[in-house]
Design a protein around this ligand. Structure first.
Ligand SMILES: *Cc1c(COP(=O)(O)O)cnc(C)c1O
Length: 400
């Protein structure tokens, strides 16, 4: 397939996987097919469907027409050969890893992966004798050196949670391939609108579709895109362990995806304005946003991201008490653990992503107690800035 005349992201978000007008009884929208199974009077035809020689579905744990449209839309948005979906982002990540790894294999990754992913690396893979080495997230030389020692999987995530570090996908993909590794990128924060890891050399890209893909914080899901061979391997594993995406969730993902490009564009514009504003507020000690020139990985971000996304974090000039005073004052933010929806969401890593580690460990990871993760929504930037201003001023004036 050539992407020379590939449609733009706005077009793909809307039409991807929905080009075909027949087969849905002329319905212009993708129906939610709740059917568990699909009936065949012609047993030979059924057999050929089972063998993959004819198109069709047999049992919805394996494939489902609504789910298939979601997968096709994501496949096109990531410019991949194949895509398969999962019940959650963690199901996508764990199924992908378990489909690739066997006892004796080695994984190289970074310290700042998503909490659940980190748990797989530190708790579950070692149990089945898979050796995992986690490197300092932006120390590219160290990662390259570990990869060069040999590994089956190089797993990266960018930008990272919660301090928005950016790792160089093209550079590490090259290192991974030189060592014969499969290179996996968690693209949840950047979305296919801002980064296409496969075009930068990665072999597989995973998303928690729960976040920006769905975009409305009302459905859980995960997706994996990449080569036919590798995606098929993860699909074969998922078919059996049953971490299938529900057709209703797939429908919500399809619906959410139609505005993905619009949402991500607005969230990026808002985030840049808010990051610049936060930088000027005396009660804010520092701001982490890859779009800021002073961000430690701004150069890499500029190279591999079309825009810098809607996630930022900042920390207050005070301890956790300052956060306690500040967060409930926000009018336009859910104080919650998710990210990526149309509404702004704020939360402290101390009680969300990094609740299980000690204060000392958080400090070692560069996570101050007063850090706040702020997922910028599609509201008017002026309203969000006014909201942040009043809450920051209040917290600054009500210090314990
Ligand atoms: C939320 C998240 C996940 C896990 O996704 P779920 O859908 O919650 O299972 C994985 N990676 C990143 C970067 C995330 O933000």
């Amino acid at each position: 397939m050539t992407y020379q005349n590939k449609p733009g992201y706005n077009t793909l978000s809307v039409w991807g996987g929905e080009e075909k007008k027949d087969g849905w009884q002329r319905s212009t929208q993708v129906p939610v097919v709740h059917s568990v199974s699909y009936g065949y009077d012609d047993l030979d035809y059924w057999y050929n469907v089972a063998l993959g020689k004819e198109e069709g579905h047999i049992y919805s744990r394996n494939t489902n027409p609504t789910v298939a449209v979601f997968e096709e839309k994501m496949r096109q948005l990531e410019g991949a050969e194949a895509a398969t979906s999962f019940s959650t982002g963690m199901a996508a990540i764990s199924n992908t890893l378990y489909s690739l790894l066997k006892p004796g294999d080695r994984v190289v990754s970074i310290k700042d992966t998503y909490g659940g992913t980190n748990e797989i690396f530190t708790r579950f893979l070692p149990r089945i004798h898979i050796d995992v080495t986690l490197c300092a997230t932006t120390d590219h030389e160290a990662i390259e050196a570990e990869v060069a020692k040999g590994c089956r999987v190089l797993y990266i995530e960018t930008p990272t949670n919660p301090t928005l570090k950016v790792v160089d996908i093209a550079r590490l993909a090259e290192a991974g391939h030189a060592a014969g590794a499969v290179v996996i990128v968690d693209n949840t924060f950047s979305t296919p609108i801002n980064t296409n890891p496969l075009a930068l050399g990665a072999d597989l890209v995973v998303h928690s579709a729960t976040k920006y893909i769905g975009g409305h914080a009302d459905a859980l899901g995960g997706i994996l895109c990449g080569s036919e061979k590798l995606v098929q391997g993860a699909f074969a594993y998922r078919e059996i362990n049953g971490a299938t995406l529900h057709p209703m969730a797939a429908y919500l993902m399809i619906r959410g995806l139609k505005t993905l490009a619009l949402r991500v564009q607005r969230q990026g514009e808002n985030a840049m304005k808010i990051a610049r504003f936060l930088k000027t507020h005396p009660f804010v000690k520092d701001v982490f946003y890859p779009g800021l020139e002073m961000h430690e990985n701004h150069d890499i971000a500029k190279k591999q991201m079309r825009d810098f996304g809607g996630m930022l974090s900042f920390f207050l000039d005070g301890g956790f008490d300052a956060v306690r005073t500040f967060l409930p004052r926000l009018k336009y933010a859910h104080i919650a653990a998710n990210l990526g929806p149309v509404e702004t969401v704020a939360g402290p890593p101390r009680t969300t992503s990094h609740v299980e580690v000690t204060e000392a460990q958080r400090a070692a990871m560069g996570i101050p107690e007063s850090l706040i993760r702020y997922s910028v929504g599609i509201e008017d930037a002026d309203d969000l800035i006014a909201d942040l201003t009043q809450a920051l001023d209040y917290a600054a004036n009500h210090q314990a």
